[in-house]
Design a protein around this ligand. Structure first.
Ligand code: UT7
Length: 324
């Protein structure tokens, strides 16, 4: 028994906002943003909702998998930016697609959300509880960023990526070969975002804002240390070496973080495709959008070994090794 991604899809909003566009509304520049992060542009939702982007990505993944929405028995939405708190994103996607036979729920593991969702469906599918699952990372982070804070708003974008994951009879070199995930809530406040405060007659209100607040340098240090270590552990769990990995698809927070991870792993940057140049950091959607773009470009060959890795708020991290 193996658990395999059999379809991928992605969607981004129509509006493309370049670094030059941002330099007209903020004290920033293309030079600063590009040299520190690798980001040139990002797509920002104006009319699109998280659920619409998620459903578009999911529809594309279903078409590639040649499955109908009714064939799906589990939908997991990974998001920190659902359109509404209730109903959740996964149930909204179920409604839009007509996936009437699925159980649907959301998780929030920030930028690691897609990896955590993959780990959950891996367990469900391997144990025989479900056959076909849909996992979606979808965000409209533009709703959570303070557009007067140049230190954060230039980093993020909006979009969705999805994958259809199925249990199949293929041998041990296919499907999900190794996974690790972890969290460090003790350091969670280095990347936070407040919610609506408790609002009852018995509380004094705190002053946390409902916007993303980040200690960039702490998150940077966490990422360059934790991500290569998690990848090395997942590769070992898959009984492979990093040299045997064909592609490493990492969360697209910052080009310099990816370069540092490549260096620590002793692997060439050609094995690390990136899309943050055009997409920015889309939290839970980054990894599945990159996976879909690389998949559709024809860069992945059957039998390739691929690493997916996410990291971010929580703090959380996850890595998976796939045999394609
Ligand atoms: O998915 C979540 C994961 N998040 C991450 O992985 C983020 C990891 N961290 C980073 O990528 C980097 O820390 C950043 C790109 C966020 C920031 O880069 P940095 O080299 O750590 O810059 P900094 O925050 O130390 O700021 C350096 C300077 C400051 O000015 P002063 O105090 O030196 O005068 C900032 O005010 O750059 C200034 N600055 C900007 N200048 C122009 C901050 N943002 C901007 C901006 N444009 N957008």
């Amino acid at each position: 028994m193996s658990v395999k991604i059999i379809g991928t899809g992605s969607a981004v909003p129509k509006l493309r906002v370049t670094n030059e566009d941002l330099s007209r509304i903020l004290d920033t520049s293309d030079e600063w943003i590009y040299s520190r992060t690798g980001i040139k542009a990002r797509h920002i939702a104006v009319e699109e909702t998280t659920a619409q982007l998620a459903a578009e990505a999911a529809g594309a993944a279903l078409s590639m998998a040649q499955l109908a929405a009714e064939d799906i028995d589990l939908i997991i939405g990974a998001t920190a930016t659902p359109d509404r708190l209730l109903p959740g994103l996964a149930c909204e996607v179920q409604r839009i697609l007509g996936a009437a036979h699925a159980a649907a729920f959301d998780i929030n593991a920030a930028c690691s959300g897609f990896l955590f969702a993959l780990n959950i469906v891996n367990a469900y599918l391997r144990s025989g509880v479900y056959q076909n699952a849909l996992i979606i990372g979808a965000e409209t982070l533009s709703r959570l960023t303070d557009w007067t804070d140049r230190g954060t708003c230039v980093l993020f974008g909006d979009g969705a990526g999805a994958a259809v994951v199925a249990a199949d009879g293929a041998g041990e070199t296919r499907g999900i070969l190794g996974m690790v995930q972890g969290s460090d809530g003790g350091r969670g406040m280095v990347l936070s975002c407040g919610n609506r405060p408790l609002n009852n007659p018995y509380v004094n209100h705190g002053n946390e804002t409902p916007y993303v607040d980040m200690n960039g340098q702490e998150v940077y240090k966490f990422a360059v240390k934790t991500v290569p270590a998690a990848i090395a552990q997942a590769v070992e769990a898959a009984r492979l070496t990093v040299e045997e990995i064909d592609l490493f698809l990492l969360h697209q927070a910052n080009y310099r973080i990816i370069e540092a991870a490549a260096k620590r792993l002793g692997q060439p940057m050609e094995k690390f495709p990136t899309n943050m140049q055009e997409r920015g950091n889309i939290s839970a959607a980054s990894v599945p959008i990159l996976l879909d773009e690389v998949n559709r470009s024809g860069k992945i060959k059957e039998g390739d070994k691929i690493v997916l890795a996410g990291f971010g708020a929580g703090l959380t991290w996850g890595a998976a090794v796939l045999g394609w």
